[in-house]
Design a protein around this ligand. Structure first.
Ligand SMILES: Cc1cc2nc3c(=O)[nH]c(=O)nc-3n(C[C@H](O)[C@H](O)[C@H](O)COP(=O)(O)OP(=O)(O)OC[C@H]3O[C@@H](n4cnc5c(N)ncnc54)[C@H](O)[C@@H]3O)c2cc1C
Length: 292
């Protein structure tokens, strides 16, 4: 299908973009990589009267570390996250999550800010960002606020963003080899969205007894879901395969688990514990490898 006609604006600065967005309100839409917006417009699921294209705005695509915090510009592409040496050494779970988004064309154009704002429940980043305790810097012409990832996702394609606001930066704490981690997605084909997505971060003491576990699932509810039962089952236990299997068996999906053409809710409920167990094992293997 062909989108409805719309006004096109390509501001040269962030301030100009925010002013336009403030002016058009509900009638305006930002466009970053266009990888989700344009298909939505072609299906007429979105019909903005004005597009504010962010492609000419400089300086909003950097990935930098300052005082143990990594700051990622919202216009950083999935490819730049995947290839970032800083992320590979200081937040490798994000680089891995970026590397399995769609195909190379999608990763070359799609941005982390666009993915966050689009809030597809099956997206790669959302469980990872909730597990990391990420914070999103959100700006409008009126000012700036910071929203925790856990408070940002409200429903399928619905976020805490107001129509006049743009995500400008993603902040996460850097970590090193002391953390065991994994992001994995179960999908029919490599480039597909997740049927189940899993993000795991594990911390342990010198005897490999778990001191903190963050286990968050994507694609099993309208928003990322923290598996508190699994986390509680891990903390205080030596991190072994047996502990991973026991904790994963506690995985429980809620009554909002989606059924769609790709998989029904019963299938997701069946495979989720397996995905969690495999992700925990991968995280434990990374953690124990640090001592070798
Ligand atoms: C074939 C295909 C396969 C895909 N597979 C996957 C996958 O496996 N996993 C996955 O996670 N994703 C997947 N995606 C989605 C991909 O990650 C998109 O890049 C992403 O969802 C949107 O990013 P974008 O920069 O293209 O945003 P756009 O499409 O430009 O915008 C998306 C939405 O976000 C808004 N927006 C954009 N930037 C901002 C901002 N900075 N602040 C506020 N609002 C903003 C727009 O107004 C729009 O509503 C796939 C997409 C395609 C086309």
């Amino acid at each position: 299908m062909i989108p409805r006609s719309f006004g096109y604006h390509d501001p040269a600065t962030l301030d100009e973009a925010l002013t336009l967005l403030g002016e058009y309100g509900e009638d305006g839409k930002l466009m970053a990589g266009g990888q989700s917006l344009l298909p939505m417009m072609k299906f007429r699921l979105a019909s903005p009267a004005h597009i504010v294209d962010l492609c000419r705005i400089p300086g909003v695509d950097t990935i930098e570390e300052s005082n143990g915090e990594i700051r990622i510009g919202a216009l950083a592409t999935h490819r730049s996250l995947e290839d970032s040496q800083l992320l590979k050494s200081r937040c490798p779970i994000l680089a891995k999550a970026a590397s399995s988004i769609g195909d190379a064309q999608v990763r070359n154009l799609g941005t982390i800010g666009g993915a966050i704002a689009h809030a597809d429940p099956a997206a790669n980043y959302s469980p990872v960002l909730v597990a990391l305790g990420a914070r999103f810097v959100v700006r409008s012409a009126q000012g700036e606020r910071v929203v925790a990832a856990a408070d940002f996702y409200k429903d399928t394609f619905v976020t805490a963003l107001r129509p006049s606001e743009m995500v400008t930066e993603i902040r996460v704490l850097a970590f090193g080899r002391e953390v065991g981690w994994e992001h994995a997605k179960l999908s029919r084909r490599a480039s597909d969205f997740a049927l189940v997505g899993v993000a795991v971060l594990l911390r342990a003491d010198a005897a490999d007894v778990c001191t903190q576990a963050d286990v968050v699932l994507g694609a099993v509810a309208p928003v990322p879901v923290r598996m508190q039962g699994v986390e509680v089952a891990l903390v205080g236990k030596p991190l072994t395969s047996a502990a991973a299997a026991q904790a994963a068996s506690v995985t429980k999906l809620g009554d909002k688990t989606p059924s769609d053409v790709h998989a029904d809710a019963a299938y997701r409920a069946e495979v989720a514990p397996v995905c969690v167990r495999r992700a925990l094992e991968a995280a434990i293997n990374r953690m124990t490898a640090r001592n070798k």
